[in-house]
Design a protein. Structure first.
Length: 510
């Protein structure tokens, strides 16, 4: 009796128990589908990376002897739709059972449940064996609690998985080294040469063109540098441990015009496609750290572990707790359109020109660029979170809804009213100047609030606080800012608001 097993494009986990033994009665199926390339407009590098990852995964499994059917986007047998794909191969293989790994996206989870309800054969869903947590673990942990504080979830995870713990206490005596992770980058340490793979992806680009898939963003056809095979992903992890970990925490929040990546790991695609597991990443980093503890300070490592064991698992838990309602939340009632320069990077605001420009050329920006430059501007200009979400979901190499929407709609746009973040992440030009060298070459002056040379973030900031004051009146963490707002002279506030309106109304910011 044959069993048909579906593998989705972000389920490239070769260590899954499914693949540990070859069985001639099991047929695996995987396809590059228009359903997935078209549900939002993606950056071309994102589509290419997923296709390369999927192809490499299927080749590895075929080489190990598994019975694996793989359909390219241009394959004439490809129905381009999940339901038809499953039904076609159930029929062709005469399989009597259908199995799939639980998807991480609500959209696909619902679709697969619907498909299975209509199948004439038995079906079963199994875990992806990727995350540390089950879908409902966060929900159970916070049962009865009003606030879902990430820090308490993270501490529970450290204890539960015995990560950086000594005799029940956090290694080094502190849970959190956030305070020491806020240095500005002034060229203090040498940044090693980038690890690039220089792959020729002309064939995949041609296939995308031939099949009419619409993408955006840039790509160098003969110099594609994202890791997409298991070996490449492992080498990026080793490179991070050996070259970047030593300064990761220090410059985690820093931004620089000449350094796109600083000491960030760039393992998000490898993990979100499940080529690498979070446990594998954390174990490798800790092993390296304990071997070199005299050279690497604990703050560099804790900062990294917190992102993966804390934030990443936390966002997944929030997603499954709050979906599907989460996708429509707009608690701050923001309705403005996304400025055009989000699609071109062309603006006189140097910080946005760099952060958006880099997103379009590399399908990557690091966390603080996403949060405190791009997201900050979108929130201050009160852009509709649906448009913000679509942009973030399309543009980044690592954007998959469960981790994109919680970060964008929640952490960055406060559209969930404070489920993820206790206060909105907004700032004036001052913070941007503190953490970057963007302001130095900018046409605007971060020190000025009014006048045509004044940094737009300044007027936008006070305007935002004023317009949204009703929403924040009971938020203790906003009390200081609200006090400052209340102390503003009426005339100055009016002038700031007038300038903010001009910025918001302008076709390109203003
Ligand atoms: C508005 C916004 C949108 C974002 N969208 C995504 C997204 O679509 N996909 C995505 O993977 N991350 C997203 N993030 C989180 C974070 O920006 C990226 O994970 C990170 O920039 C990836 O680069 P890196 O691998 O070099 O990360 P590093 O800085 O080296 O961090 C290591 C790893 O920690 C994890 N991590 C760090 N921060 C977060 C976080 N806030 N949530 C979840 N995991 C985290 C990632 O897996 C990352 O690879 C978003 C953040 C913001 C503010
Ligand atoms: S002055 Fe303002 S707009 Fe210019 S880079 Fe600084 S924060 Fe950005």
């Amino acid at each position: 009796m044959k069993t048909l097993r579906l593998v989705l494009g972000d389920q490239l986990n070769q260590k899954h128990s499914w693949f540990q033994k070859v069985d001639e009665n099991i047929v695996y199926i995987m396809a590059e589908m228009r359903q997935e390339t078209d549900y939002v407009k993606h950056h071309i590098q994102k589509v290419v990376a997923f296709f390369l990852g999927m192809r490499s995964f299927s080749e590895d499994l075929k080489a190990k002897g598994h019975n694996f059917i793989y359909l390219n986007i241009t394959d004439e047998n490809n129905p381009q739709d999940l339901e038809q794909f499953i039904k076609k191969y159930l029929q062709e293989t005469s399989a009597k059972k259908f199995e799939y790994q639980l998807p991480d996206e609500y959209r696909l989870d619902e679709q697969l449940k619907r498909i299975c309800n209509n199948l004439e054969v038995e079906s079963q869903a199994v875990d992806t064996e990727h995350f540390y947590t089950e879908r409902d673990e966060l929900q159970n942990f916070f049962k009865g609690k009003k606030q879902l504080i990430m820090e308490s979830f993270y501490r529970m995870m450290r204890k539960k998985h015995d990560i950086m713990m000594v005799n029940g206490q956090p290694d080094g005596g502190k849970w959190n080294y956030d305070q020491s992770n806020r240095k500005k980058w002034k060229g203090q340490a040498e940044i090693p040469r980038e690890l690039g793979f220089k792959k020729d992806v002309s064939v995949v680009i041609k296939e995308l063109e031939d099949s009419g898939v619409k993408t955006f963003g840039e790509i160098e056809a003969k110099n594609f540098s994202w890791p997409t095979s298991r070996l490449e992903c492992l080498s990026v992890l080793t490179y991070f441990c050996e070259e970047l970990l030593v300064h990761f925490g220090d410059y985690q929040d820093a931004m620089h015009t000449q350094q796109k990546y600083l000491f960030h790991s760039r393992v998000s695609f490898a993990m979100n496609s499940k080529i690498l597991s979070p446990k594998e990443v954390i174990d490798t980093v800790l092993e390296h750290y304990y071997e070199h503890a005299n050279q690497i300070h604990i703050s560099q490592v804790e900062g990294f572990i917190r992102q993966i064991l804390g934030w990443r698992e936390y966002m997944r838990g929030i997603y499954w707790k709050e979906m599907p309602e989460y996708a429509n939340l707009n608690k701050l009632e923001n309705h403005n359109p996304l400025p055009n320069f989000f699609w071109t990077g062309k603006t006189k605001m140097n910080c946005l020109s760099h952060a958006i420009g880099q997103s379009l050329t590399d399908a990557y920006a690091h966390h603080i660029q996403r949060l405190m430059i791009i997201g900050n501007y979108a929130l201050l200009t009160q852009v509709n979170p649906d448009e913000v979400d679509n942009w973030y979901l399309g543009v980044y190499i690592d954007a998959i809804e469960w981790v994109e929407i919680t970060n964008t709609r929640g952490m960055s746009q406060f559209a969930d009213g404070g489920i993820v973040a206790t206060k909105p992440y907004v700032s004036s030009g001052n913070y941007i100047n503190k953490m970057s060298n963007y302001c130095g070459d900018c046409s605007y002056k971060h020190t000025e609030k009014l006048g045509e040379n004044a940094c737009p973030f300044n007027a936008l900031y006070w305007n935002f606080l004023d317009e949204k004051k009703e929403h924040f009146k009971n938020n203790n963490r906003m009390a200081m800012m609200m006090n400052l707002l209340n102390k503003k002279e009426e005339r100055e506030l009016r002038a700031l608001k007038e300038r903010a309106q001009l910025i918001i109304a302008g076709p390109d910011g203003f």
